[in-house]
Design a protein around this ligand. Structure first.
Ligand SMILES: [Fe+2]
Length: 300
């Protein structure tokens, strides 16, 4: 099925954190993002020429605030809005004031009702004059956001048929890896079957395998809990490391990922439910892996 709009990429994730200064220090000094701007209530960080690839909002409860995807053109943005409107999902343009604060062009938000995830669509974000410094870690991009959902099957159906996320691989009834179409990266979003709707993890892709090993030692020296890895995912072939942010949210570094170009994309694979699907090197996740993090329920 062909939907009437095209994405360019995953743009940024917005997280709620309970102590803004503490989280800014973690994401800047241990993860290696550049801090662009910070107020009393919000911080903008980046790992590219975009004004922000991660936003942190001061909040009572830590978790996922929204996921923002960049559309391919202004026309795609308009067609996407009309599409969501016709689907009865009540997309809403944000105010000019908020667009200015975000350094973005026209922007709307729409919630996927089963997972509860608020998605943002925009087409323009300020391109920064100076490049990302990458002093600590050679981060290439924000890679993906993963959630768990108590309404897994219906959420996957909506994400695939309304939100235009192509399925790259899946474990039947359990997990789907999806890409905002036609972006070729194996997954920009993924969803698992869970007992409740919650954030699972946020991923940043690094450009050098040394970044994974260096991060492992840096996190351990700083007393940060590593909750899974280092290991290698079967579906995307990426080498991974998962650790916890100061609120217990799971963050991933990964190196390498299969690409599925629009014209030559293979069919999605139905993968076996097996520990090796998660790590072909055989490590096991710890208890807190992918557990911390609510999905913010109200528009904001
Ligand atoms: Fe991941």
């Amino acid at each position: 099925m062909k939907l009437p709009f095209r994405y360019e990429k995953l743009g940024y994730a917005a997280l709620n954190v309970t102590n803004l200064d503490r989280s800014v220090a973690f994401y800047r000094d241990l993860l290696g993002l550049d801090l662009v701007e910070q107020t009393d209530t919000v911080a903008y960080l980046r790992c590219s020429s975009d004004h922000h690839n991660l936003m942190l909002y001061k909040a009572e409860t830590a978790g996922l605030k929204r996921v923002a995807n960049k559309l391919a053109s202004p026309e795609d943005l308009t067609r996407a809005y009309e599409h969501y409107l016709a689907e009865g999902l009540h997309p809403a343009w944000i105010s000019m004031e908020e667009c200015h604060a975000l350094k973005q062009g026209p922007t709307f938000r729409v919630r996927e009702p089963q997972s509860g995830v608020l998605f943002e669509c925009y087409e323009q974000m300020t391109h920064m004059a100076l490049p990302f410094k990458a002093a600590l870690t050679k981060i290439a991009r924000i890679g993906h956001v993963v959630v768990g959902s108590a309404h897994y099957e219906r959420a996957v159906h909506n994400l695939n048929t309304i939100f235009n996320f192509a399925i790259s691989d899946y474990v039947e009834g359990k997990f789907s890896w999806m890409r905002c179409f036609p972006n070729p990266l194996h997954h920009t979003f993924a969803i698992g079957n869970s007992d409740r709707n919650h954030l699972h993890h946020v991923n940043f892709m690094v450009t050098d395998i040394d970044d994974i090993g260096k991060a492992l030692n840096r996190m351990q020296k700083a007393g940060i809990e590593v909750v899974f890895g280092p290991g290698r995912h079967l579906p995307s072939t990426s080498i991974f490391l998962y650790f916890l942010d100061p609120d217990g949210l799971t963050i991933e570094f990964s190196f390498g990922m299969e690409e599925l170009p629009e014209a030559t994309a293979r069919q999605p694979r139905m993968l076996e439910m097996h520990p090796n699907t998660m790590d072909i090197w055989g490590s096991s996740p710890k208890e807190r892996f992918g557990k911390g993090g609510e999905i913010e329920a109200d528009h904001g």
